[in-house]
Write a protein that binds this ligand. Structure first.
Ligand code: NAP
Ligand code: HSE
Length: 438
């Protein structure tokens, strides 16, 4: 009879408590697939009485304490799962777990976004699992590490954050306000403990960096890439998008061009007919283009306790089966056959179509001056809508452009903002209408 795989867990919140209950509820199938029992022995939290009350509600008997050493010093524990979140303390714990010669599982994309390349050398032959760190229940890490490993990855485009997709869907389909939709996402357990990370694009950025490491071996940090969130989107933008055949989604995009990797997260207008446009609510969707396989698309729950626990436990099962492949799927930078690694594309060099929203005093000559400034920056208008606002003196001007470099749009908008008849900071959304041409 094989020895059980003995596990300790840090964090019994939305994901941790779902892991504890799923290990009990699905123990038969988990044991059958793992080839041995997986036993959760101890949990670490900050508030023991809160955790005990939750465990009692779930009908789970489990030893709980506040001392991480209770896991590190327990020779029976083979694996520690970190489900507490945060960056510095979580990284410190990851190092301690690996130094204590225990395998490590985490759903913590924020910590991995900063420290994924620091952890690998410490692990040596120990297993590290992070399937739950990107897109909750979708096994996208294994797709890139294993399933598509024969491909050069041409590009990845995905809805990587469940909370922001839920908010955008509620605003568009149910006319819910931004703040009410966010409150619902928090109550449903989708949001981060600091939901700013969800709505500012930060969480999607963390996930994109993990995917880019698997696809290209690029070691970029969140501060080095373009990350914008959904905070500025208004019903006006959604209405314009709808009128011109688009929906607005928060996208994470990774593309390979020559020796550069382009990485960016931002709201984008995409054609209503694109597959990814139909990914609504808390669902995530990722399209990956490989040079041999072409495009493949992955869809599923991007957040929530049970969906994420499904991925956490899949890592445990894989460890129980004796699999402990290298964390990022490679030992040295990939895509660098001529010893030259990829560099990160400059944000200014991003080339896209744009939607621009302006509010301006409705008086003669205004449109002329605006189009003159756009023209001076090489920006050509593709579509234009002018609408009245509640204040009859102010007009809402909505444009879409042909392709431009990011620096051209940035400079033009800075100039427009300074005009005395422009009443609000101009707002832009990139238009990604060539999904097939990643
Ligand atoms: P959560 O509901 O806020 O739970 C966090 C848990 O960690 C709580 O039990 C908390 O204990 C414990 N904890 C926090 N700081 C601690 C510390 N210093 N020492 C010991 N325990 C500590 O968070 P969650 O939603 O489950 O998320 C956990 C991790 O999974 C995060 O990294 C998150 O990004 C990631 N994740 C979440 C989802 C999701 O849908 N929620 C999906 C994918 C990945 P107390 O309650 O006692 O404070
Ligand atoms: N807060 C994250 C989201 C959890 O909404 O996608 C899943 O990573």
């Amino acid at each position: 009879m094989s020895q059980p795989l003995v596990v300790g867990i840090i964090g019994l919140g939305t994901v941790g408590s779902a892991v504890a209950s799923l290990l009990v509820r699905n123990q038969g199938v988990i044991k059958a697939r793992a080839g041995r029992e997986i036993v959760l022995k101890k949990a670490i939290v900050r508030d023991v009485s809160k955790a005990q009350a939750k465990l009692a509600e779930l009908g789970i008997a489990l030893s709980v304490s506040t001392r991480i050493e209770d896991l590190l010093e327990d020779a029976e524990i083979d694996v520690v799962i970190e489900l507490m979140g945060g960056i510095d303390l979580a990284y410190d714990i990851a190092q301690k777990v690996l130094r204590a010669n225990k395998a490590f599982v985490t759903a913590n994309k924020a910590m991995l976004a900063y420290h994924r390349y620091d952890i690998q050398p410490l692990a040596k032959d120990l297993a590290i699992g992070f399937e739950a760190s990107v897109c909750g229940g979708i096994p996208i890490i294994r797709v890139l590490k294993d399933g598509l490993s024969a491909n050069h990855i041409v590009g990845i485009r995905g809805i990587l954050n469940g909370t922001s997709n839920y908010i955008l869907t509620q605003m568009l389909q149910h006319q819910q306000s931004f703040s009410d939709a966010l409150k619902d996402a928090q109550a449903l357990g989708y949001a981060e403990s600091d939901p700013t990370l969800d709505i500012s694009g930060g969480d999607a950025g963390h996930k994109l960096l993990i995917l880019a490491s698997l696809a290209y071996g690029i070691n970029a940090l969140p501060e080095e890439i373009l990350i914008e969130g959904i905070e500025g989107i208004t019903p006006d933008d959604m209405e314009f998008a709808n009128e011109f055949g688009y929906v607005i989604k928060l996208l994470g995009i990774a593309k390979k061009t020559d020796s550069c990797i382009e990485l960016r997260v931002h709201p984008a207008m995409i054609s209503k007919n694109a597959m990814i446009a139909k990914v609504d609510g808390v669902m995530n969707g990722i399209s990956v283009i490989g040079d041999c396989v072409g495009e493949s698309m992955y869809y599923g729950a991007g957040a929530g306790g049970e969906a994420t626990a499904s991925s956490v436990i899949s890592d445990l099962i894989s460890f129980a089966q004796g699999k402990n492949s290298v964390m990022l799927g490679f030992k040295q930078p990939i895509e660098s056959e001529n010893t030259q690694s990829f560099t990160l594309k400059s944000i200014d060099d991003i080339y896209s179509r744009y939607y621009i929203r302006l509010y301006a005093h409705d008086k003669p000559g205004v449109l002329g001056q605006i189009s003159q400034i756009l023209g001076n920056h090489n920006i050509s208008i593709k579509a234009f809508l002018q609408k009245e606002t509640a204040d009859k003196r102010i007009a809402k001007l909505l444009f879409s452009t042909h392709h431009n470099y990011e620096r051209e749009i940035k400079d033009a908008l800075n100039e427009l903002e300074k005009l005395d008849f422009v009443t609000q900071k101009p707002y832009k959304i990139r238009i990604e209408d060539e999904l097939e041409n990643l």
